[in-house]
Design a protein around this ligand. Structure first.
Ligand SMILES: [Zn+2]
Ligand SMILES: [Zn+2]
Length: 204
């Protein structure tokens, strides 16, 4: 099994937030192979196809194009891809447009996207030095959804497939809330709760 964290920032592929996210995922998924790489030419084309007239990437549209490619190339469901996009983002669903989503995933498709710009623009000056940690949280969170977290039968499940424990699968409304969770309950390190760790490793 494999997790690929992909980035569209070709000149700086070793971004700190990518390394933090990979490290947290590796610690919690010891049997997975985790890699960080730049997006390939097919993915560049998919980004182009998902770009709206105002230059913003529709994250959902990007994933739909990725799903078509997965079928075309016979990529297995156990191969998870989280693509980190630096352009402005939106999600258009049922004719409604949501601007600046932090991320989007379709868990059944094994594809997630994260918009660094959406997260960055919400981070106030006084906590800007924690930007890498806050973006890493979003990457780990969206990747967690690709492993089926959090199942709707679970007691810790809250609305929208999120965890009620001190856990990266909690839904945090703002970057400040994300940082409070990491710095507070998590003791400075991004982590999954023990129930989510159990589910992560027993599902696949
Ligand atoms: Zn979520
Ligand atoms: Zn949890």
């Amino acid at each position: 099994m494999m997790i690929e964290i992909k980035t569209d920032v070709m000149r700086h592929p070793r971004q700190r937030y990518l390394e933090i996210a990979a490290e947290v995922l590796q610690r919690n998924l010891p049997s997975e192979t985790i890699s960080i790489s730049g997006i390939d030419n097919n993915e560049k084309e998919n980004l182009k196809a998902a770009r709206l007239h105002d230059g913003v990437i529709d994250l959902r549209e990007y994933i739909i194009h990725q799903i078509v490619d997965r079928e075309r190339f016979g990529v297995k469901d156990s191969h998870k891809v989280s693509t980190v996009i630096s352009d402005g983002a939106c999600v258009v669903e049922n004719g409604r447009r949501i601007n600046n989503p932090y991320g989007y995933s379709i868990s059944s498709s094994s594809e997630a996207t994260i918009s660094t710009r959406s997260v960055e623009r919400m981070i106030p000056e006084q906590i800007r030095r924690f930007t890498d940690l806050i973006i890493a949280y979003t990457i780990v969170h969206e990747t967690g959804h690709l492993f089926g977290l959090v199942s709707s039968e679970s007691r810790r499940h809250r609305t929208g497939k999120h965890c009620g424990n001190i856990c990266v699968m909690q839904s945090t409304a703002t970057p400040e809330a994300t940082l409070d969770l990491i710095a507070g309950g998590m003791g400075g390190d991004i982590c999954f709760c023990s129930e989510c760790v159990y589910d992560l490793n027993s599902r696949h």
